[in-house]
Design a protein around this ligand. Structure first.
Ligand code: ASP
Length: 349
């Protein structure tokens, strides 16, 4: 429940995306929404009785144009307003929302307040919009407190339609459904129906009370390499020799398998020996890498590829950017890629 007698104080950070469109009453044309008049344009927000303020990207952007510079801007907005608000709602395009959610989860160390990212498939100005409901539910989630009056959600989460998901466990799974996001390898943080029922046992909790620490450096010298039957040694070699490359997320088959011929594995081993960190992530939308299951997965492990277990591709690539951005050596990056830093992967030990 929101705190009794205290109006929750929420900051909305509007970055762009489909949600930020509204139909001009006279011309019927969709145009970017002026968030300085948010409450006037979404009158239902008044019913929440919250103190809401907003800041916005100028200009708002399609999330396909997001990059680490924008992640830094969002992180900075949260850091400089951290003590003044109970929670943060980020309005964001859906296309790269899961990457931003993953990146922020690493960048915002010791986060102890809700950072809820949402957007919509239809502009907020459309009659059948999902934007209004997503925005209002995101605000409610951000204002929710537990029985001790502390923030219920203390992590970066995605709210979309009737799912509240850990940000670094989420992926966009539909280009046109209102339910566009799923977290296949981790339970929903809440059941969103008539009520919002939190699954308190799966919410992330930091183990310390240290102040928020924002990490701004994200190293872009990384790539995602998707395997396919027939991939040639030349293509593989070319990608793994990209100038400056430090880390690779390799999207493998099934439980982490790849071709096991000598040419393939020696090309991989050669890159690993040069110091390139290669992380094995499955192309399947559900399940985990298990390098010991088949010879074809074992060969990759023997070549020095590390297992990403059940991490999403979005979380794996942003985690590499974050770890190299911290100035870590390949050895250190390999070590931390096998730890769960903020609930991004399941560690079975
Ligand atoms: N292209 C848009 C974006 O990601 C799509 C959306 O918002 O749903 O910004």
């Amino acid at each position: 429940m929101p705190k009794e007698n205290v109006r929750p104080h929420i900051l909305i950070i509007y970055t762009g995306g489909t949600i930020g469109m509204i139909e001009d009453i006279e011309t019927k044309v969709l145009k970017p929404f002026d968030f300085s008049h948010l409450i006037d344009n979404v009158p239902k927000i008044k019913m929440l009785n919250y103190d809401i303020e907003n800041i916005q990207f100028n200009p708002p952007i399609d999330s396909s144009n997001m990059n680490p510079v924008h992640w830094r801007q969002i992180a900075h907005a949260i850091e400089s307003n951290y003590d003044s608000y109970d929670g943060f709602v980020i309005l964001h395009g859906t296309d790269t929302m899961a990457y931003t959610a993953s990146a922020l989860s690493f960048m915002l160390e010791n986060l102890n307040k809700p950072v809820i990212i949402t957007g919509s498939q239809l502009p907020i100005g459309e009659v059948r919009t999902d934007g209004e409901e997503n925005l209002i539910t995101a605000l409610q989630v951000a204002a929710h407190t537990d029985s001790k009056g502390e923030a219920m959600v203390r992590e970066v989460a995605i709210l979309f339609e009737n799912h509240l998901l850990r940000g670094n466990r989420s992926s966009k799974v539909s280009a046109d459904n209102f339910n566009a996001f799923l977290s296949n390898n981790y339970p929903d943080l809440a059941n969103i129906g008539l009520d919002i029922n939190f699954n308190e046992t799966v919410l992330y909790r930091t183990t310390n009370n240290r102040p928020l620490m924002v990490h701004n450096n994200m190293d872009p010298n990384v790539l995602i390499l998707t395997l396919f039957p027939g991939i040639t040694k030349e293509i593989l070699q070319h990608q793994l020799s990209t100038p400056g490359i430090k880390g690779v997320v390799m999207r493998t088959f099934g439980a982490g398998n790849s071709p096991s011929d000598q040419q393939f594995t020696s090309t991989i081993a050669e890159a690993v020996n040069r110091g390139v960190v290669i992380v094995n992530v499955t192309q399947c939308s559900t399940g985990s890498v298990n390098s010991n299951l088949y010879d074809t997965g074992d060969a990759l492990a023997k070549a020095g590829v590390i297992s990403g277990n059940d991490i999403t591709c979005e979380a794996a690539i942003t985690k590499l950017m974050y770890l190299f951005g911290m100035g870590m050596s390949p050895k250190q990056v390999k070590k931390y890629m096998q730890y769960s830093i903020c609930g991004e992967m399941t560690i079975n030990n």
